[in-house]
Ligand binder design. Sequence first.
Ligand SMILES: [Zn+2]
Length: 264
Amino acid sequence: MNQRAGQTLNIDDLNSPHVDRLSDLIAEQIQELLVSQDLPVGARLPGERELAERLGTSRPTVNQALRKLALMGLVEIRRGSGVFAIREPQSPITESIKLMLNLAEDSVNHLADLRLSLELWGITKAIENPAGLDTGPAEAALAELRNSTSGVAEWISADTRLHVEIIRLSGNPYLTAVFESVHAVLVSRQYQQWIDEGVTPKWLEMHRVEAQMKLHEPILEAVKHRDLERGRVAILQHHNELVEHLVHDSEGRAGYDAAHPRKR
Ligand SMILES: [Zn+2]
């Protein structure tokens, strides 16, 4: 026996598993059920209370799991009426990018840079696209964005749809797919506190929606008028705002409502 045999494991650094992990596990389970039971689009999920009882956990934890599923495009949370199955699952590209970001949290600005390059390239291609531009889907997404002030989940999906529909006008399906994934991961980072705690980001409160619309409308307008310079300016403005939210997010959540301080 060597003299270190009497030594024991130092467990000072052990922590009880975080509630985040619990909601991940719950989200994974519900995801598996949604897939294995082939639930049709629009089918209603059991209520939070029933799920919490079944899982022996708290409603906030279940709520957090449901918000994760909403961001994954698997359910839609309709305020006041419940949670419903949808089928807009994340692509493997999204999963890979998310994993990379989780492994290197400080790489978020690189991801934002990539998003900016893809969006600039996308609208350049769209504006130069010799085919007629069918801006109908993008216009519908813009209208949806304006009407989605009732909840963060609705806002996120309308915002993603708008940006993606604009890039789709480039005519390059690979660009569209990669852009969608990069955007989705960044946006989910932007809304992290909403996922964690259900707190609406301060910059998305009702009275600021107009400011948000002013960031989005000019992008589509520029594409419609095939005005690359205006488009670049609009995209850079939107990008700066996005980066500011990400920066605030990593600097003590300054971008969020101080009345709901982060629990960690
Ligand atoms: Zn946006």
